[in-house]
Design a protein around this ligand. Structure first.
Ligand SMILES: [Cu+2]
Length: 387
């Protein structure tokens, strides 16, 4: 698994340069921390024994008892992780995330494909090949804890997709889709919590609010709108269960976490198909680089299956070998990403309670049932406000 040299090289190069940057930040911040009063985790555990100065520093670096969603910048997971924390009874949180995923070039298995090979009659023989795709999401979120055991959450996504193509004759064209995506609602159930670790179960349901009838024009559609292929649709069309588990740990100056989520599709949508189930697992560590700033490194693994059934509106394109994206059996794959993040939190003043965060990542390796577009860059920017 994960043996493709070119993709691995590319990912390694980009992750190495980011690691160097991250390391430089870390070294800088460690030096500035070391120049200050030594920070002892014992001082915060036994507040009566600390000097006033070490206490005030400890208080900045440690939340009060039970204050997991308090002032520490790494009290929240990297911004690309959803449903990472629960709230105490009566707390509210609002959030906005901008997420983008760019895909560039195609793979089959671990092998990079030349676009000419996909349209060549001696190659895969499709009339058209996707060249690249940009998926952008604006997502509003809200959390509310009716009790210490349960936190309710809702996420409303707005999607914009664009895909560029080239046909066998060399003509290039783009298609677009935009609109509301699948709204997720659900809850987080606390399992346990002590001074250093806590865990909760994730129970989300994805509602079929995103369109599965997105249309656009193509050179073949003679000026008419035509049904777009599966990856350009805005929703699954089915109710999807998203059970999961999240474990978090925090120590003096650093923290870690892990989360596993399954996406289980139910039934069949109104276009006679069901997207494949998927599994996502991720783990991260974060260090406090400064009073209000934490830096994180995260690994994320995803596996997703082929589509069951087929959209009858795409049957003609499938039979005509028009483009690989209309084939429900060329959708599955798995991917390992590395991501680097930054959380900033305002601890005082008029911005108190606001958090800004950024996370950017690249695949280390991907294995695709192709021809299928390969992921290039993942980016999440986010704002969170605790009330
Ligand atoms: Cu929250």
């Amino acid at each position: 698994m994960f043996t493709d040299n070119r993709a691995a090289h590319k990912a390694l190069r980009s992750s190495l340069s980011t690691s160097a940057l991250l390391a430089a930040c870390l070294i800088g911040s460690t030096t500035s921390l070391a120049a200050n009063e030594p920070i002892s985790s014992d001082a915060s555990d036994l507040p009566g024994l600390g000097s006033p100065l070490s206490l005030s520093i400890s208080n900045l670096l440690h939340d009060d008892a039970g204050g997991w969603v308090g002032a520490r910048p790494d009290a929240h997971a990297p911004i690309g992780v959803m449903g990472d924390h629960v709230h105490a009874k009566g707390e509210w949180m609002l959030s906005y995330r901008y997420m983008s995923m760019t895909m560039d070039g195609s793979q089959d298995g671990h092998r990079d494909l030349d676009s000419g090979n996909i349209t060549s009659l001696t190659g895969f023989g499709f009339l058209v090949t996707p060249l690249n795709m940009t998926m952008q999401m604006h997502m509003l979120g809200a959390m509310y804890a009716p009790s210490d055991d349960w936190t309710l959450m809702a996420m409303v996504p707005w999607l914009e997709n664009e895909m560029d193509h080239r046909n066998r004759a060399g003509l290039e064209f783009s298609t677009r889709s935009r609109g509301l995506g699948d709204i997720r609602i659900g809850g987080l159930r606390s399992l346990w919590q002590d001074d250093h670790t806590r865990a909760h179960l994730n129970f989300n349901v994805s509602l079929p609010t995103g369109s599965i009838n997105a249309e656009d024009q193509t050179p073949l559609s003679m000026g008419m709108d035509t049904q777009l292929p599966y990856p350009m649709q805005l929703g699954s069309g089915t109710y999807d269960l998203m059970p999961g588990i999240t474990v978090l740990g925090k120590e003096a100056g650093w923290s870690w976490g892990a989360q596993a989520i399954a996406t289980l599709r139910t039934g069949e949508n109104s276009n006679d198909y069901r997207l494949g189930n998927r599994q996502d697992a991720t783990t991260w560590i974060a260090v406090e680089a400064a009073e209000s700033l934490s830096l994180s490194t995260r690994l994320a693994y995803s596996h997703w299956n082929d589509i069951h059934g087929a959209d009858p509106d795409l049957a003609g394109q499938l039979a005509g070998m028009i483009v690989p994206t209309v084939d429900p059996k060329l959708r599955s794959g798995d991917r390992l990403d590395i991501l680097f993040g930054l959380n900033w939190t305002a601890r005082a003043g008029s911005l108190k309670g606001h958090r800004l965060a950024l996370e950017i990542g690249w695949p280390l390796a991907q294995d695709l049932d192709g021809p299928q577009l390969e992921t290039d860059v993942l980016l999440t920017l986010g704002w969170q406000l605790a009330l």
